[in-house]
Design a protein around this ligand. Structure first.
Ligand SMILES: NC(=O)c1ccc[n+]([C@@H]2O[C@H](COP(=O)([O-])OP(=O)(O)OC[C@H]3O[C@@H](n4cnc5c(N)ncnc54)[C@H](O)[C@@H]3O)[C@@H](O)[C@H]2O)c1
Length: 328
């Protein structure tokens, strides 16, 4: 099996999880960051630190962008210009225009873009998708997805008319799951409550919610909350109902989920890290294996929906979205 060469950009919270996963998938990784932490992080996992983006990209099979969202566009375009595949943390870009630029450039160059929406790889969500795809929930689905967690990074705390804050950042997780399960979203109505400051101080508390109307007729509500303290740790839940039954999951309480009276699986918060499953699937695709469960257009759809949520929250009106094609 050929060893993949990965250029990992960033040495923060999320880069650490990706690096561990790439090493687990057998890749050789060069780490580049701007904060002087690359050397320490690389040494911890037997990777190599490099001084520049150009050095990281030189001869790489893929770049893995784990730097702040506002830097994604330039790094992705630099990689695509060198025919280097792109793996990118969520959101793919800071806004729809930048996300479209990345996807357009990648398509013209024939370079794959794999968005790292790790929630699709969390066992409880992957199983939910299987159950919905199998038709176990029947028709007329209504869903609620929630995420709550501490927000320690000032560079995304900021919520303003230009930046959606939690609506375009943390909310993307629930939005992506709703889109994966029920397809295109044609209408978004959102609300935001919290700091409106740039940058927001550490421990900023905020809550956002969006109701999504899917072209299929399904309705999803996504709720996101930034908690002011690191404890309790991140908590995710869902409650999904159709004519065939209801599936409920709460990451706090390992439980067997049931649908239509029959068992459908047991999930806890722990287990294989979704980052490991995600990176393994991307690594297989980069080695010529099957396409991963999400590609560039899924990232674009998620950015379009979250940006519409931000627009809705600031105007107080629902936002209509054109249908851009069916979800994978
Ligand atoms: N999937 C998830 O659940 C999840 C969770 C947290 C963050 N994220 C995403 O991951 C990305 C990074 O977030 P984080 O929390 O790890 O950030 P962080 O602030 O902890 O780390 C950012 C790193 O990027 C480096 N960096 C900044 N600009 C750079 C540049 N131009 N070139 C090279 N390196 C640069 C910094 O030096 C730092 O090492 C963001 O897009 C964020 O939205 C995803």
């Amino acid at each position: 099996m050929r060893q993949l060469e990965i250029a990992l950009i960033g040495a923060g919270l999320i880069a650490r999880m990706h690096l561990e996963a790439w090493i687990g998938a057998g890749a050789s990784v060069r780490v580049h960051s701007l904060d002087g932490r690359a050397a320490e992080l690389a040494a911890e996992f037997g990777a190599k630190a490099v001084d520049s983006l150009a050095e990281a990209l030189d001869g790489a099979d893929a770049v893995d962008i784990c730097s702040p969202t506002g830097t994604h566009r330039d790094i992705a375009l630099a990689a695509i210009a060198k025919n280097v595949a792109v793996v990118c943390e969520k959101p793919l870009a800071a806004d729809v225009t930048e996300a479209e630029e990345i996807v357009g450039a990648a398509e013209r160059a024939g370079v794959p873009v794999y968005p790292a929406h790790d929630i699709r790889f969390a066992p409880a969500f992957a199983r939910l998708h299987e159950l919905v795809a199998e038709g176990r929930l029947g028709a007329g689905t209504v869903a609620r997805f929630t995420v709550a967690g501490y927000h320690p990074r000032p560079w995304t705390g900021h919520a303003s008319v230009e930046s959606g804050g939690i609506l375009t950042d943390q909310m993307l997780h629930g939005v992506d799951i709703a889109y994966w399960l029920f397809g295109d979203v044609v209408r978004v109505h959102a609300h935001y409550q919290g700091e409106i400051a740039a940058p927001a101080p550490q421990g900023t508390a905020a809550v956002g919610t969006a109701v999504l109307t899917h072209a299929s007729g399904a309705l999803s509500q996504v709720v996101s909350r930034w908690t002011p303290t690191p404890q309790p740790p991140i908590r995710v839940t869902y409650h999904v109902s159709g004519t065939g039954g209801t599936i409920v999951h709460d990451s706090e309480w390992p439980q067997e989920i049931q649908v239509s009276g029959g068992p459908a699986g047991t999930f806890g918060y722990y287990g294989e890290s979704p980052f490991s499953s995600e990176i393994r699937e991307f690594a297989q695709a980069l080695r010529g294996g099957p396409e991963p469960r999400l590609v560039s257009h899924d990232a674009l759809a998620a950015v379009r929906i979250t940006q519409a949520a931000a627009r809705s929250a600031w105007t107080g009106r629902a936002v209509e979205l054109p249908v851009k094609g069916a979800a994978a």
